[in-house]
Design a protein around this ligand. Structure first.
Ligand SMILES: C[S@@+](CC[C@H](N)C(=O)[O-])C[C@H]1O[C@@H](n2cnc3c(N)ncnc32)[C@H](O)[C@@H]1O
Length: 251
């Protein structure tokens, strides 16, 4: 299996996950010994490559017809982890894929057999889509498993045109829906208040960690773990991503 540095070198420069963020998810998989990982939002497959390099079997889900150059198939092959990554592009949204999986793993009494040790949610950033996604994710997480959400503070107002390019918002957004961070609301009002998620942590304002550990006392902390240069790099990456989307929208 390639180590972190080998993977980082092999996929250098490919969006959307920086090596610093790759290190974070890689270390998480290693320290928790996560065996089965689900990623919602594949793009080029960079996150999937880092998590597979840490030893996990990764299933990563994007839209049917999502098209990236380089493709996630090329990226995980480049990283030397193709045999550990299943790439799914079947439906208009991962919420339908989650519905299918929950259905398939439910018995006649409504018990769901969980499938994952770690779920990385990095897709729509939309209240309606990801609010549903986290409810389905909880059913599929093994006890002790972790959910990680990226982009907690992202708003539509920071990324004009996003709702049109995504094709996922079917009506005009009101001012509060444009200016308030959807994922922060998903994290605070759905995940952090869910009886199963009892260990909650916001890291560097952009990451939301939640551990499924029902019955444990609820704790919610806010931490900054990364050195200043990493925070600056991440902020620059977000600005670049925003600019790319704007250019794509104007074309
Ligand atoms: C920021 S990118 C993911 C980056 C990737 N996780 C990584 O680490 O390299 C977000 C991805 O989510 C996908 N996405 C957004 N909403 C989605 C949905 N409802 N269903 C499936 N994929 C979705 C987009 O097509 C895009 O590829």
């Amino acid at each position: 299996m390639p180590d972190f540095d080998q993977v980082a070198r092999a996929i250098a420069g490919i969006p959307f996950m920086s090596p610093a963020q790759g290190r974070l998810v890689y270390d998480h998989v290693r320290t928790t010994k996560a065996r089965d990982v689900l990623e919602l939002g594949t793009a080029h497959g960079v996150g999937a490559a880092y998590m597979a390099a840490a030893g996990a079997n990764v299933t990563t889900v994007d839209f049917a017809g999502a098209s990236y150059n380089p493709s996630p198939e090329e990226v995980v092959a480049k990283a030397g982890v193709a045999h550990q990554v299943a790439i799914v592009r079947e439906y208009s949204s991962y919420t339908w894929w989650l519905k299918e999986l929950v259905e398939a793993r439910s018995d006649e009494h409504g018990n769901v057999t969980p499938a994952y040790d770690f779920v990385y949610l990095d897709g729509a950033k939309n209240w309606t889509i990801d609010g549903l996604a986290v409810i389905l994710i909880e059913k599929l997480l093994r006890p002790g498993g972790w959910l990680l959400m990226d982009d907690l503070e992202w708003t539509y107002a920071q990324d004009p045109g996003r709702e049109a390019t995504d094709g996922i918002v079917h009506r005009d957004l009101s001012e509060p829906e444009r200016t308030q961070p959807h994922l922060r609301a998903v994290f605070d009002l759905i995940v952090a208040q869910h009886p199963s998620f009892t260990e909650l942590r916001r890291e560097d304002e952009w990451w939301g960690w939640a551990r499924k550990n029902p019955g444990a006392p609820r704790t919610y902390s806010v931490t900054t773990s990364q050195p200043l240069p990493v925070l600056v790099t991440n902020a620059a990456r977000r600005l670049a991503r925003k600019a790319r989307r704007r250019v794509a929208f104007l074309k």
